[in-house]
Design a protein around this ligand. Structure first.
Ligand SMILES: [Mg+2]
Length: 376
């Protein structure tokens, strides 16, 4: 094990991954494909580490911005540096380009994967050790064709999944209520969470959120636009189910403000918003210190980002509400990992092998690439 070895390779792929259905969220639709950027770091000893940036243009940013942040601005900070300098590299990357949190998440993931492979230890051991072996999986119900989601619900039930998140606020309130009633009647096995993804206008929000709260979901997430902190705080006082913040809270700095202004009972922690695993842990810890809960959210991700989130949650006891790493299993036509993302009986299984535990399949990276840079 030599953590003083230098990073010599920095390769990028911009991938376009076909998906099996359309998904509507309050702020936009994803259909046809989703786009991610994969980063591979290589050490002078020949070890490799992978990271993934999974942006969404209406939420966090674009794949073009992630690619440029990594290729143009972050690459010169990384190549030639020692693996032992991870904290310094991440600190420099945070300063060299504003925002681009997905690119910074990809960087930290790849550094941790590479370090874990060189050291022979899993990523969770590098960020605090493990507090759980499995994580309850939540799958989102977001198809504009609800009949197709009925089929998905039957499949999820068969697979042992018991958490679902109903995406609301993209069509009309009657559609949301109809689906809540139908799920309660025909799929009572599921615990239901509701996520508006900012889909409600201010003048609609009180009536619709109060109505949906009567179904007693585990929580209601981000009914209004991210900057409406006052409205979030007002809604929180009106309902007797927990209100979660997602788009309002990207990193620890937002979490401090969210707690101070009382906008939520919990937060969706995502490495793509926070800018990495350790900053995601900070979000969860600030939430917990303020008496708030935390959930392991994600973007439209493939298996590498799912694995990074899994290791983060495995090492973060404050994230108690499960995770939503379902895309690799239920949304992508084909994931990019060599072996399937590990899900068993409705739970994500935390890998115990070095690094992230699973590598991407190089043939799939080539097959789905719309742009690549393997200059090293
Ligand atoms: Mg959300």
């Amino acid at each position: 094990m030599d953590l003083n070895q230098k990073i010599t390779g920095f390769d990028l792929w911009h991938l376009k991954l076909p998906v099996v259905s359309a998904r509507d969220h309050g702020i936009g639709r994803v259909s046809g494909s989703c786009e991610i950027v994969v980063l591979r770091l290589t050490s002078e000893g020949g070890s490799e580490g992978y990271g993934e940036a999974s942006p969404w243009s209406v939420f966090t940013g674009t794949p073009e911005a992630s690619y440029a942040a990594l290729d143009r601005y972050i690459r010169p900070l990384v190549v030639g540096r020692s693996l032992a300098d991870r904290a310094a590299i991440l600190s420099d990357a945070a300063k060299i380009v504003a925002h681009c949190t997905e690119a910074k998440a990809a960087l930290e993931t790849a550094l941790l994967d590479l370090t874990g492979r060189v050291a022979g230890v899993p990523v969770w051991s590098l960020i605090g050790g493990k507090c759980r072996d499995t994580i309850p999986l939540s799958c989102s119900i977001a198809n504009p064709d609800f009949d197709a989601d009925i089929d998905l619900l039957a499949r999820l039930r068969e697979d042992g999944v018991r958490l679902i998140k109903l995406k609301t606020g993209f069509k009309d309130h009657a559609f949301d209520v109809m689906r809540l009633e139908r799920i309660a009647r025909d799929f009572p096995e599921f615990r239901v969470r509701v996520d508006y993804n900012q889909g409600l206008e201010i003048e609609q929000a009180v009536a619709q959120v109060l109505d949906v709260a009567q179904f007693k979901p585990d929580f209601i997430e981000q009914p209004v636009r991210y900057h409406h902190f006052d409205m979030m705080a007002q809604l929180r006082k009106l309902i007797d189910v927990p209100l979660l913040a997602d788009e309002s809270v990207f990193g620890p700095e937002d979490m401090v403000r969210a707690a101070r202004e009382g906008i939520c009972d919990g937060v969706s922690v995502k490495i793509m918003k926070s800018g990495g695993l350790t900053r995601g842990q900070s979000v969860a810890r600030i939430a917990a210190a303020n008496g708030l809960t935390a959930y392991g959210g994600d973007m439209f991700e493939a298996g590498i980002a799912h694995l990074a989130g899994t290791h983060m949650i495995a090492a973060t006891p404050e994230i108690t509400l499960g995770c939503e790493f379902y895309q690799a299993s239920y949304f992508l036509e084909e994931d990019i990992l060599e072996t399937p993302f590990p899900v068993r009986a409705g739970h994500v299984v935390v890998p115990d092998t070095p690094g992230l535990g699973i590598k991407p399949d190089p043939d799939k990276l080539s097959h789905y690439a719309v742009r690549k840079s393997e200059a090293g």
